[in-house]
Design a protein around this ligand. Structure first.
Ligand code: ZN
Ligand code: MN
Length: 450
């Protein structure tokens, strides 16, 4: 066990899957574009004088996410300019939110305790730099298809105390974003990006450490866990010799499973935030916020807890089956129908999770069609379990008859050639219209020959 206490906070960026971008009407589908720079206009190319118009849906979805994780909502909010220079940021500033984010003070549960959420704000994504070789020359190219895609940033309190808890928090957050159907969070496509702030507190100290290391560019939960563990080790060694780790930003080198120094922060970067003069403040009424609240469905964690109670479901089955809103409402109908037929929902859930019964159903289906699918699943279940419950006496009769008809095979088995049992199984199967479970049949034949 580590003698220092890890103090970890996460900043997670996730793209919203609105049809259009954050401040213009361009298509929001950077990964689906077959060419660079086709979903662009003066606004998202950062042309001087182009006027941004906020995307209403993106604002609603940000608030929806905030409410889903118990946040307070700022009824008076605004967009600010965050200035920095980077080639993928044509305007020289990012439209973000500074002191009045849409959401603040929320929380998310993990098995290792509650993680406070400091704030959730809405901003725009940047373009993408591509480093390629053209005509033998190494060049950097810029694709602005992603420029201006709505991006939500979720910042936790430094409440996380282990790499595993960080992983679980991020996974839970992704589950909620997906379940609310506001983002797909495809990590490989950069739709969700993770940053961790890590420092170690001295034993017995209840003060925050006087330094902080930020690890950027993490694009998988596994890497997040590895990066945090690496940092805990690295910082422990520095503290052990009486030094203090440098306050800096580090990158994650996935190939060598280590973090590396990118830049040292002597003081907080000066982004010269100020309210974007092109965008009026956003004012919401509490009625509008309450309306958004009513659109939030029961969330996966709550559904799982209820299913454990109501249907006696195992934790794993509940986890596997509560994936999206449509699936959940279908599964609920299925379980209720199963109960009516005296089928234990968890037995049925086992067969569904182990793919012994497959659901021939994609997306939405009319209620009539749903009913038919429910029936066919329950029939499949009955069949599957009937066949393994053939009357034992009837089965034994058939097995003994096969022994009588095949004395050579029986002798071979008794002389140690046990693989002959496969032949006998085949003979038994041929006599039966309802097929028994093969492993049970094998066992029974061996028992009767013993
Ligand atoms: Zn545009
Ligand atoms: Mn950000």
């Amino acid at each position: 066990m580590n003698k220092y206490k890890p103090i970890i906070g996460l900043e997670i960026h996730t793209e919203l899957k609105t049809n259009s971008k954050m401040f213009c009407a361009c298509k929001n589908d950077p990964f689906g574009a077959d060419q660079p720079n086709i979903y662009t206009c003066p606004v998202c190319l950062g042309m001087p004088g182009a006027l941004p118009i906020p995307n209403k849906k993106a604002i609603e979805w940000t608030i929806k996410l905030g409410l889903a994780v118990g946040c307070q909502i700022n009824l008076f909010s605004k967009f600010d300019r965050k200035h920095y220079f980077y080639p993928d940021l044509a305007k020289g500033y990012q439209i973000s939110q500074y002191d009045l984010p849409f959401c603040y003070q929320g929380q998310l549960n993990t098995s290792q305790g509650v993680v406070g959420i400091n704030r959730i704000h809405l901003e725009e994504d940047t373009g993408k730099l591509l480093h390629e070789t053209v005509d033998g020359k190494e060049v950097s190219l810029i694709d602005f298809n992603r420029s201006g895609v709505p991006l939500v940033e979720i910042v936790t309190e430094p409440d996380i105390t282990s790499a595993e808890q960080a992983h679980e928090y991020a996974k839970n957050l992704r589950e909620i974003v997906r379940y609310l159907e506001i983002g797909d969070c495809k990590m490989a496509e950069g739709e969700m990006r993770l940053e961790a702030n890590i420092s170690l507190a001295k034993p017995g100290s209840d003060q925050l450490p006087n330094y902080k290391v930020e690890v950027k560019n993490i694009n998988s939960f596994r890497f997040l866990e590895q990066a945090i563990k690496y940092e805990i080790d690295r910082q422990t060694k520095i503290l052990d010799v009486g030094k203090v780790p440098v306050q800096e930003t580090r990158g994650w080198d996935a190939e060598n499973s280590r973090t590396f120094s990118q830049r040292t922060k002597e003081e907080a970067a000066d982004y010269r935030y100020f309210p974007d003069p092109d965008i009026p403040p956003i004012e919401l009424t509490s009625q509008q916020v309450e309306l958004i609240r009513t659109s939030i469905p029961e969330l996966p964690a709550e559904i799982r807890a209820r299913w454990l109670q109501e249907f006696n479901l195992s934790e794993n089955n509940a986890q596997q089956l509560a994936t999206n809103q449509e699936a959940v409402s279908f599964i609920e109908n299925l379980f209720k129908a199963a109960k009516n037929q005296k089928i234990q929902p968890n037995d049925l859930a086992n067969d569904l999770v182990n793919k012994k019964i497959t659901i021939e159903w994609e997306g939405s289906a009319a209620s009539e069609q749903q009913k038919r699918i429910v029936e066919s699943i329950l029939n499949a279940y009955q069949k599957l379990h009937q066949t393994t419950e053939i009357d034992q006496d009837d089965l034994d009769k058939v097995i003994k008859q096969v022994f009588d008809e095949n004395p050579d095979a029986v002798d071979k088995f008794k002389s140690g050639k046990t693989q002959i049992v496969g032949f006998l199984m085949g003979q038994v199967m041929q006599q039966l219209s309802e097929k028994p479970d093969p492993s049970q049949l094998r066992q029974r034949i061996q028992d009767l020959l013993a």
